[in-house]
Design a protein around this ligand. Structure first.
Ligand code: NAD
Length: 281
């Protein structure tokens, strides 16, 4: 049995793929509607500790605060049998992941970090990139499961938190690329150029990025802005990356400017009553 906690934009389709591949899942989300989507195809947990009978538990939650709340605050770790693999696939803070892994190890539970890239489309298609931090034997044991979810499964390092570190750094790059691409394309448009023509040129040139190849053509030009990745989740990842730069004493002038601009956008964006976020305290 595999436990799966967090059935949102990413976790929902990831859990669905595991079910379709024939795995027995016990699923939990704080939103009943997210759980009920799996009625008849998986065991529906009434509370998070109900997933503790699984030998592998995957988490796909918003951030470290929610992960810690679920694992420690709601007592999941207390209920897990020694030898359980606890896999945090959320984009969490690597330092906090490392601390949590230490607490888990005291109870005989191995915590592995395995965040993903590829968005909702990649989650649905099973084409995610999965970046894994943790011992080689745990990485090998999780291979079959990860193979259902992703096409590029990379062992980022033996150190827990390695995956979360590169995930945050990746998203910092992605967000900064999106901002500079947007500023450049707006300038070109104001100069009289067609954005589609500019994208054709840039995507065959050295200025290309995921933003010019995917985000602009699929989500910006059509005006749908529906990539499925919340602006504030990206800001969370950028903040983690900036913190890592500060902790390591490495240069961060451009990164800090990108984070400040993204934070201003988050401030300006109205909050919508969607999924629950960090629990109180
Ligand atoms: P989401 O907000 O859509 O889903 C999070 C889910 O967690 C929700 O269904 C929510 O109800 C549930 N949840 C919150 N608190 C809970 C609790 N205490 N107990 C149980 N369930 C709880 O977020 P998402 O877009 O699926 O992202 C999940 C993680 O993956 C984040 O860390 C995000 O940064 C990362 N990520 C997202 C994308 C993307 O494109 N959306 C891509 C890569 C990585």
């Amino acid at each position: 049995m595999i436990g799966f906690v967090g059935l949102g934009n990413m976790g929902g389709p990831m859990a669905a793929r595991l079910v379709e591949a024939g795995h027995d899942l016990c699923v939990y989300d704080v939103l009943p509607a997210a759980r009920e989507h799996f009625a008849g195809t998986a065991t529906l947990a009434e509370k998070v500790t109900d997933v503790s009978t699984s030998d592998t538990v995957l988490l796909m939650l918003p951030d470290s605060t929610v992960v810690e709340h679920v694992v420690l605050g709601e007592g999941l770790l207390d209920q897990l049998a020694p030898g359980t693999l606890l896999v945090d696939m959320s984009s969490s803070d690597p330092g906090r992941t490392r601390a949590l892994a230490g607490t888990a190890a005291e109870r005989g539970v191995t915590l592995v970090d395995a965040p993903v890239s590829g968005g909702v489309a990649g989650a649905k298609a099973g084409t995610l990139t999965i970046m894994v931090g943790g011992p080689a034997d745990a990485f090998a044991a999780l291979g079959p499961l990860f193979g259902v979810l992703g096409t590029r499964v990379v062992h980022a390092g033996e150190v827990v938190g390695a995956g979360h570190a590169i995930k945050a750094l990746n998203n910092l790059m992605s967000a900064a690329h999106l901002m500079v691409a947007s500023e450049a394309l707006l300038a070109g448009q104001a100069f009289g150029l067609d954005p589609r023509v500019m994208l054709d040129i840039v995507n065959a040139s050295s200025g290309r990025s995921g933003s010019t190849e995917t985000k602009w053509p699929k989500f910006v030009l059509p005006g749908t802005y529906d990539s499925g990745f919340g602006l504030r989740l990206m800001l969370k990842d950028m903040g983690i990356a900036l913190g890592l730069q500060e902790a390591t004493g490495t240069p961060s002038a451009v990164s800090a400017a990108a984070v400040a601009a993204w934070a201003a956008a988050a401030e300006a964006l109205p909050r919508t009553p969607t999924t629950p976020r960090s629990p109180p305290g």
